[in-house]
Design a binder for this molecule. Structure first.
Ligand code: AHR
Length: 502
């Protein structure tokens, strides 16, 4: 087979439009995501509310939209009432999920303030506790957050200083309820009934809310697919989305398989779509359930924590993975997988935003900087808005232990309907070989290569650290051309590429 990867772009063949919510993220009360991450009163860049200005600037540059909150596993023990009212009167609580102490100094009002300060593109995505709590507490939170005024809980919000309702449209009905690690873990039948009754009640208060039912916390769960089918049989008419979570890491030195992680992401998405549509067909429904891929990332779960922590600390250093160039290439391929399914994946949240398996790292009292994974996300969020074109790559392949034969080049392309500009996102999974890429463009009004950047490095282990915060960044790739109707480029070994055509 030729070593050149090829595909054709034609605006007549498209996957669907990208929902801005595809570029969501996630802030959990976990480790230092909130405390000394987003929020650090007294930090030299902190505003009057204690929000770090340096972090806010990076979050804006990252281009996140929906921000899921407050968990994660944390939400299954969360009492929302603890997180409102005067901050110095809020109770300290044990967080069973992460064996930490939660001060509640940052709560619901601070979260909404954080979103406002990110900018108009940011939107709340609030998870409710269906682990230790149920319908009544969900309704109370909804009334507190969204009802304008004139009732006990809406007036309480006003008395707490938030005159305007928070207008939270998007709600998650619990978190990873299929996982035995989850406080209040349930069977699919138990959860399906609870999710249905909670959804019904929340819609009684406000029929316009958008609701996410918990799907599986991974495709490898024993209950996978049966869980989705059972939960959706109960909730199909009451919810809008089903959630998916997936994390990847290099195991046993098998880098080739790690680089192919997006094969699992794509099959996970396709299997959940098939399950949703199967339930829809059984119910003779014309409604389609969309997918909320509300936790995804590279996460080195199997590695011991390099920061020794004790139980019940406040804001311990947990899950502070420092990402390499290799990790960023895998991360970029996960983004491509999401874009390639933009017709059904209409919400996605990078888990998480700061310090905890995050694109942004901070030091308490010190600087904030970009991880290698910051760049693919920021570029995809900036240039990946519009219509995803149907891309079928004819690529050389390689053999992996986990996924068999896999394409070396994975790609997608997004066309901005207003300007006609097209951006190609591509990864080269080969660890050694630079690969030629040829893209035939038909019926597209593009005449020039605006820019080709790549994230790649002679050292695939290179990382950005406190000592070297700018060690890794995308560089321009010379020599990419558009001649006639063919774009020609070279994809460096182990690289994430953004080719902008205008
Ligand atoms: O993102 C870290 C954790 O991963 C979340 O709390 C949980 O939902 C998932 O297992």
């Amino acid at each position: 087979m030729s070593r050149t990867a090829r595909f054709t772009l034609d605006p007549a063949f498209a996957v669907g439009d990208v929902d801005p919510r595809l570029f969501g993220s996630f802030v959990e009360h976990l480790g230092r995501c909130v405390y000394t991450g987003v929020y650090e009163p007294g930090h030299p860049t902190a505003d009057e509310a204690g929000l770090r200005g340096d972090v806010l600037a990076l979050v804006r540059e990252l281009g996140v939209t929906a921000v899921r909150y407050p968990g994660g596993n944390f939400v299954s023990g969360y009492k929302w009432e603890d997180s409102v009212g005067p901050a110095d009167e809020r109770p300290r609580r044990l967080d069973l999920a992460w064996r930490s102490t939660e001060s509640n100094r940052f709560g619901l009002s601070e979260y909404i303030d954080f979103l406002k300060k990110i900018g108009p593109q940011a939107e709340p995505m609030m998870a409710i506790n269906l682990g230790t709590r149920g319908v009544a507490e969900a309704l109370d939170l909804q009334e507190y957050a969204n009802y304008p005024s004139g009732t006990a809980l809406s007036d309480l919000r006003v008395a707490h200083g938030d005159k305007d309702p928070f207008n939270i449209r998007l709600w998650c009905l619990g978190n990873e309820m299929d996982g035995p690690w989850q406080t209040g873990h349930k069977t699919a039948e138990e959860y399906g009934r609870l999710a249905a009754e909670t959804a019904r009640a929340m819609r009684q208060l406000d029929p316009s809310v958008e609701l996410v039912a918990c799907g599986s916390s991974g495709q490898s769960m024993d209950t996978f697919a049966a869980w989705e089918a059972t939960v959706l049989a109960e909730t199909y008419d009451l919810v809008d989305y089903i959630s998916l979570h997936a994390y990847y890491e290099e195991l046993d030195g098998d880098r080739d398989s790690f680089l192919a992680s997006a094969v699992d992401t794509e099959s996970f998405i396709e299997n959940v779509v098939a399950t949703c549509d199967h339930v829809g067909a059984r119910l003779k429904s014309t409604k389609k359930i969309n997918l909320s891929f509300d936790e995804w990332n590279v996460w080195y779960q199997s590695r011991p924590n390099p920061h020794p922590t004790e139980d019940w600390q406040e804001a311990p250093r947990l899950l502070e993975d420092v990402y390499s160039v290799t990790d960023a290439v895998v991360f970029g391929s996960l983004l491509i997988a999401l874009l390639r399914h933009a017709d059904r994946v209409t919400v996605a949240c990078l888990a998480q935003l700061v310090n905890v398996i995050a694109p942004i790292l901070t030091e308490p009292g010190g600087p904030a900087w970009k991880q290698t994974t910051f760049f693919p996300f920021a570029q995809a969020s900036r240039y990946g808005r519009g219509r995803v074109l149907d891309v079928r790559v004819d690529s050389p392949t390689y053999e992996t232990q986990k996924y068999g034969e896999v394409a070396l080049v994975q790609a997608t392309a997004v066309r901005d309907p207003e300007t006609g500009a097209v951006t190609v996102f591509a990864v080269n999974r080969s660890q050694r070989e630079a690969l030629p890429l040829e893209v035939a463009v038909h019926g597209l009004d593009v005449t020039t290569v605006v820019e080709h950047t790549a994230l790649a490095d002679a050292d695939p282990e290179a990382r950005n650290t406190l000592e070297q915060p700018e060690r890794v960044a995308p560089h321009e790739v010379p020599g990419t051309t558009l001649k006639g109707s063919v774009v020609s480029a070279t994809l460096e070994p182990l690289s994430w590429n953004v080719i902008r055509l205008g």
